[in-house]
Ligand binder design. Structure first.
Ligand code: ZN
Length: 281
């Protein structure tokens, strides 16, 4: 069985093709996928609907760092109500992002309308959600982009879930890996994250202990380079990541660790089941 530790099946790029994609995911033997909501008004209810439809969808709710600035005033009450109504839900996607605060982002068309929150406001919202996850021992999915210092500041006085937490698409240094392992971290990677140009990520990936390794797609974001699972939409669309690219991610990661794919599958399955054990039926 294959497991996707971090994805966004609720995003609208996938909606028109969802039935076909769901069948294809069953064909690659998907055992479970952590589907991350990012904003209470935008996608939490779609995540919930998908989880009601498919046993292999594990819902996860959070306010993504890109959505901190537009969170509703009653976001804490909404979060608590959603989590209490979903005993199987995890926490995420939460985190910190300084990349979006770089002046160059304002010139990128898809970022131009994004209202962003400063790093301190992001830290407050992140720390509150992480503390809730720790108090209720639910696995948390964390996004960190160019914000490793601010992350360490939060972790200094915020508890983490005993069951662990995920540093998704880990882009920190290989030297920091042991420190995060000690805190209970898991690390997930996909084909795109270990592209040969990304020497640091490749090195970090090779440093992660096998009992903390997970595989992700971040689909429909982060389309990998070729080869790819055939996309049912426009043949010119090379930006949308088909969730079934998960199978290729496993193959590429096994190759880079010099492991038999079946061995990696077994290790990752054990890690995924351990991290989600307290919510799986
Ligand atoms: Zn994500």
């Amino acid at each position: 069985m294959l497991y996707d530790a971090h994805c966004h099946y609720q995003f609208e790029e996938l909606t028109p093709y969802w039935d076909k994609i769901a069948t294809e995911l069953e064909q690659i033997h998907l055992g479970g996928a952590i589907v991350n909501g990012t904003h209470p008004d935008q996608d939490w209810s779609t995540v919930n609907t998908l989880a009601a439809r498919h046993d292999w969808v594990i819902p996860s709710f959070g306010i993504h760092p890109w959505d901190v600035a537009t969170r509703p005033v009653d976001w804490q009450e909404r979060f608590i109500a959603r989590m209490e109504a979903s005993p199987r839900a995890l926490v995420g996607e939460i985190g910190l992002d300084r990349w979006i605060l770089e002046p160059a982002r304002a010139n990128e068309p898809e970022m131009a309308d994004l209202k962003v929150a400063g790093i301190e406001e992001q830290q407050d919202v992140f720390a509150w959600q992480l503390r809730w996850a720790a108090e209720h021992n639910r696995f948390a999915s964390i996004h960190v982009l160019r914000a490793w210092g601010p992350l360490l500041e939060v972790l200094k006085d915020t508890p983490v879930p005993q069951v662990g937490f995920l540093l998704h698409a880990y882009g920190g240094s290989p030297e920091m890996v042991p420190r995060f392992v000690e805190m209970g971290a898991y690390f997930s990677f996909s084909t795109g994250h270990i592209d040969p140009r990304k020497t640091r990520q490749r090195k970090s990936f090779q440093t992660v202990p096998l009992d903390r390794l997970l595989v992700e797609t971040d689909a429909p974001a982060m389309a990998p380079p070729h080869p790819r699972h055939p996309w049912p939409g426009s043949p010119d669309d090379d930006m949308t990541n088909h969730p079934a690219n998960l199978a290729q991610a496993y193959a590429d990661l096994a190759h880079l660790r010099d492991m038999a794919p079946a061995v990696l599958e077994e290790k990752v399955a054990a890690n995924f089941v351990r991290a989600t054990a307290n919510i799986l039926p």
